[in-house]
Design a protein around this ligand. Structure first.
Ligand code: SF4
Ligand code: SF4
Length: 194
């Protein structure tokens, strides 16, 4: 296999593994029933259409065949990290509803975000939330399988250099903006950094 082909095969394996690892429900049962699927809303409170950003290369490796409704945001017009020249912003709400098996990483990791600081990966929750997720105040109910799956999924994904760059960029920004929710282990939050 040529180098390019072997990198493509490696990245595909990483994405597939991450999708599988990150396929755990946050809590027992369907959390969407408690909030009327707030993070799956089609519009925000001001009527603005809502979608979500894919990770770098996620469209190319996992979404190209299923995501039909998207915008391509370019570095020139949107505030993207300097090395990210374009980013896919997808609208998942097709008539058929959730793309369950193909839901993007953003749906699988939420309410966590990956955070890379001093070479260590951790899972964090941001203070600034556009979703009014009731689970954030009920963290003791989160399944360990969800936490482990999300963490291990991100451990896979950071093997892809452009994704690692992307996470580092937003981690720095989060720290600079003081946008990190403090984790208090006595609040029933499991260890998130290993
Ligand atoms: S907002 Fe929270 S509780 Fe509601 S569907 Fe999303 S993750 Fe589940
Ligand atoms: S893909 Fe599914 S889980 Fe993700 S926002 Fe759309 S409806 Fe919600």
């Amino acid at each position: 296999m040529t180098d390019k082909k072997s990198i493509r095969a490696d990245y595909l394996t990483i994405f597939k593994k991450a999708y599988t690892l990150m396929d755990e429900a946050v809590i027992d049962g369907n959390c969407g029933e408690s909030c009327d699927y707030h993070c799956c809303r089609r519009f925000d409170d001001d009527g603005k259409r809502l979608g979500m950003y894919l990770l770098p290369l996620e469209y190319e490796y996992m979404q190209a065949k299923v995501a039909t409704n998207y915008e391509l945001h370019t570095h020139k017009l949107y505030n993207l990290p300097p090395k990210i020249k374009k980013s896919y912003y997808i609208y998942c709400h097709l008539e058929s509803g959730c793309l369950r098996d193909y839901r993007p990483i953003q749906c699988r990791t939420y309410p966590f975000e990956p955070h890379l600081e001093n070479g260590a990966l951790s899972l964090v929750i941001e203070k600034e939330q556009i979703h009014d997720c009731p689970l954030i105040t009920h963290r003791s109910e989160w399944r360990q399988a969800f936490i482990d799956g999300v963490y291990n999924g991100w451990l896979e994904l950071i093997k892809i250099p452009i994704i690692q760059y992307h996470i580092k960029y937003y981690s720095k920004e989060r720290v600079a903006m003081d946008n990190l929710m403090i984790h208090d282990p006595s609040d029933g939050f499991m260890a998130l950094q290993r």
